[in-house]
Design a binder for this molecule. Structure first.
Ligand SMILES: Nc1ncnc2c1ncn2[C@@H]1O[C@H](COP(=O)(O)OP(=O)(O)OP(=O)(O)O)[C@@H](O)[C@H]1O
Ligand SMILES: [Mg+2]
Length: 421
């Protein structure tokens, strides 16, 4: 091989080595670029994934919070609805324009309202309960609360005493009102009964003192008059002796009445049938009552715990009063004793007659001891009736019968199943 041959060979080898190095470097470069690209792709994808994951987590947290909040709102709405529905006091909410927003079941029951009144004017809704309407009107006009005012309204066919509190909703004149009221009838009646019992007890003590002194003197007069033998006195004086004896007997009866009123015998309570007691009182008086007197006992009588003998006195006094009033007016007495049991289970008994009746002005006074319009009356009959009825936790009032005569109404608390006749 020539020199040129060697040189050419060396050059070729060098070019080949150089080309190999170049190719290797290029290949590495391409692989590096591909690697870098792949890495970039990988890194960029995981960031997007991270971002979207975080976003999803935030959205689902927000959704859970929203669900919890609406569940809490629904629960508190349910609770306030339950509170309004189960309140035993009447609740009435009126907006500033006087429209009913809430009238709970207790309020409907107390006011005897069946339809749903939401949206109607309180003025129209409460036209039969004027005192309550007036309290709400006052609260809507003023800005001050009205606390525990006592009003009386006619509901469910009877007069009821309500305790009412009204507060403005919000402040200023531009507001609605929230009104709470409850039926205090039982409390008021109990207070009245207690007051009456105390008054009667005081009167009783006074009467007992007077009657006691009276009885001692009377017993002496009575005793001396019995010692006089009518046959031993001249005939002209005999009527005087008889007169003294008779008057002493009558006064003795009056004193017994006083003492009965003052210290009624010990009560012996047992279940009684008031219809039967009324009938027995009428039978007992048959001989005493004016000829032709009719006493009818009818209706349903609530079974009551009571003292048979004292209750007979009640009906006896009422029948006697009725017969006396009719007879004085020259009328044949027609006396009707009727029993009914009202919606609340209270037994009501009316004793009605066809006499002249009791003037409206006297209807309260007739129960006062010693009030009488009869020449020989003691004025203790109706006081005794009231005393005995009150002892039985009952009530008595006087009105007018359909025939224009007197109507005495007695109410007794019931204690079991009704007795019909
Ligand atoms: N049924 C009736 N009709 C009309 N007036 C009546 C009737 N019942 C009572 N009164 C009036 O009430 C008054 C009081 O009655 P009350 O029974 O208390 O006394 P009194 O009958 O006068 O006397 P007494 O003590 O003898 O009963 C009577 O005097 C009478 O004026
Ligand atoms: Mg009488």
């Amino acid at each position: 091989m020539t020199e040129y041959g060697y040189a050419f060979l060396g050059l070729t080898v060098m070019v080949a080595v150089f080309a190999g190095i170049l190719t290797f470097t290029l290949l590495r470069l391409v692989a590096g670029v591909r690697d870098a690209k792949r890495r970039m792709r990988q890194t960029g994808g995981s960031e997007v994934a991270m971002l979207s994951g975080a976003l999803q987590e935030a959205v689902s947290k927000l959704r859970a919070q929203e669900q919890a909040m609406s569940a809490r709102a629904a629960a508190s709405e349910r609770l306030s609805h339950q509170i309004v529905e189960s309140l035993t006091a009447g609740l009435l909410v009126v907006d500033r324009d006087g429209r009913i927003e809430i009238l709970n079941p207790a309020a409907r029951r107390l006011l005897d309202i069946a339809a749903d009144p939401v949206g109607t004017s309180y003025d129209v809704l409460l036209q039969d309960a004027a005192p309550l309407r007036d309290v709400i009107a006052e609260a809507l006009q003023g800005a001050n609360p009205i606390v525990r005012r006592s009003i009386q309204i006619a509901a469910n066919g009877a007069a009821s005493h309500f305790g009412v509190s009204v507060s403005p909703l919000g402040s200023g004149r531009d507001h609605g009102v929230i009104c709470l009221f409850s039926d205090l009838t039982n409390v008021v009646e109990l207070e009245e009964q207690l007051r009456l019992k105390e008054t009667l007890a005081r009167l009783g003590e006074l009467t007992a003192g007077i009657a006691h002194e009276f009885r001692n003197g009377l017993a002496t007069i009575h005793g001396y008059s019995r010692l006089i033998d009518p046959s031993s006195v001249p005939a002209t004086y005999r009527p005087y002796v008889e007169g003294i004896r008779q008057e002493a007997d009558t006064l003795g009866q009056v004193v017994t009445n006083f003492l009965n009123f003052a210290r009624p015998e010990r009560l012996s309570f047992a279940p009684v049938d008031l219809g039967r007691i009324a009938q027995r009182a009428a039978d007992d008086l048959r001989q005493e009552l004016p000829a032709g007197t009719r006493v009818d006992v009818s209706g349903d009588f609530a079974p009551t715990d009571g003292d048979d003998a004292l209750l007979r006195q009640v009906f006896g006094n009422l029948i006697r009063n009725a017969a006396e009033a009719c007879a004085t007016a020259g009328l044949e007495p027609r006396i009707a004793i009727r029993g009914v049991i009202d919606a609340r289970g209270v037994g009501r008994i009316t004793v009605e007659d066809n006499g002249p009746g009791i003037p409206a002005a006297d209807r309260e006074r007739v129960f006062q001891p010693f009030f009488t319009t009869r020449a020989r009356g003691t004025g203790l009959g109706l006081s005794l009736v009231q005393e005995i009825v009150v002892m039985h936790n009952g009530r008595v009032s006087v009105g007018q019968s359909a025939a224009g005569g007197a109507a005495v109404e007695l109410t007794f608390p019931a204690s079991g199943l009704p007795a019909s006749r």
